[in-house]
Design a protein around this ligand. Structure first.
Ligand code: FMN
Length: 217
C-alpha cells in the first residue's frame, strides 16, 4: 500500500517530447483549432483521443462527471450521445450548462469547453442510434442507465431479450437515445511544457465572433 503511494508521488507528468503551440498561428475559430489539435493527437498515437469528460450539474448544484465518446465536431459544436433518462440526461434537462474536458497526455494537451448542451432531436438521434453496433443498441434499449442493478444476472437476461428483439426488428430505435451538441461559450487550449512554461489560450464567444486571450498558468 505504502509502496503504491510512493509510486504515485514518483510518477512523472508532461515528460514529453511535447509539441509547440504557436499562438500567433491559432485560428480565429476554436472549432477549427480543436480539429487541428485532434488530428495532431491522432498523428502522435494518442490512445482514444475521442474520450472526453462531460461535467454536469445536479438539481441541488452538486457537480457530476463521466467519460463519454465524442461523436463529431463542426462549426456549431461538439457532439455526444447518451440516454436522456440517465443521470446525466436528467441533469442536462434541468440545467443544460455543461463542460467537456479532453486530456491527451502523449502530447501534453488539454482542451476545456464550457457551454450549453442542446438535444439534436429525434431524426439525428435515431441516425446516431442506428449507427451503433447491435450490442450497444441492445444495451441502450434495455434503458435503466444509472439505475441500481440488484443482480448482474438480470442484466444478462435483459440483454438477451433485447438482442432477440433487435434480430427480428433491426430498425428499432430507443426513444430515449439522444444526440446532444455542446454549443460552446468558452474554449481553452492548454499546451503543457516540460519546463512548466505552459501556454493557455482562451476563446470567449462574442456574438458570432470569438475573442482570444492568453492566460497566466
Ligand atoms: C471510454 C468510455 C466511453 C464511454 N462512452 C459513453 C457514451 O458515448 N455514452 C454514454 O452514455 N456512456 C458512455 N460511457 C459510460 C459513461 O461514462 C457513464 O458510465 C454512463 O453514461 C452513465 O453516466 P451517468 O450515470 O452520469 O448518466 C463511456 C465510458 C467510458 C469509460
Amino acid at each position: 500500500m505504502e509502496q503504491i503511494r510512493e509510486n504515485i508521488r514518483a510518477l512523472q507528468s508532461l515528460a514529453g517530447p511535447l509539441p509547440a503551440f504557436l499562438i500567433d498561428d491559432a485560428q480565429d475559430d476554436p472549432h477549427e483549432l480543436f480539429l487541428e489539435w485532434f488530428q495532431t493527437a491522432i498523428d502522435n498515437g494518442v490512445h482514444e483521443p475521442h474520450s472526453m469528460t462531460l461535467s454536469t450539474i445536479d438539481p441541488d448544484g452538486t457537480p457530476d462527471a463521466r467519460v463519454l465518446i465524442l461523436k463529431d465536431v463542426d462549426d456549431k459544436g461538439w457532439y455526444f450521445a447518451s440516454s436522456s433518462e440517465s443521470n446525466k440526461g436528467k441533469q442536462m434537462e434541468t440545467n443544460p450548462s455543461v463542460a467537456l474536458t479532453f486530456y491527451w497526455s502523449l502530447i501534453g494537451r488539454q482542451v476545456r469547453i464550457r457551454g450549453q448542451a442542446v438535444p439534436m432531436g429525434q431524426e439525428l438521434s435515431a441516425k446516431d442510434f442506428l449507427n451503433r453496433g447491435i450490442i450497444a443498441r441492445a444495451i441502450a434499449l434495455i434503458g435503466k442507465q444509472s439505475a441500481v442493478l440488484d443482480d448482474r444476472y438480470r442484466f444478462d437476461e435483459a440483454l438477451k431479450e433485447q438482442m432477440n428483439l433487435l434480430r427480428d426488428n433491426p430498425d428499432i430505435v430507443s426513444p430515449s437515445w439522444t444526440l446532444y451538441r455542446v454549443d460552446a461559450s468558452v474554449v481553452e487550449f492548454w499546451q503543457g511544457n516540460k519546463d512548466r512554461k505552459h501556454v493557455r489560450l482562451r476563446y470567449r464567444r462574442n456574438g458570432n465572433r470569438w475573442n482570444k486571450e492568453l492566460l497566466w498558468t
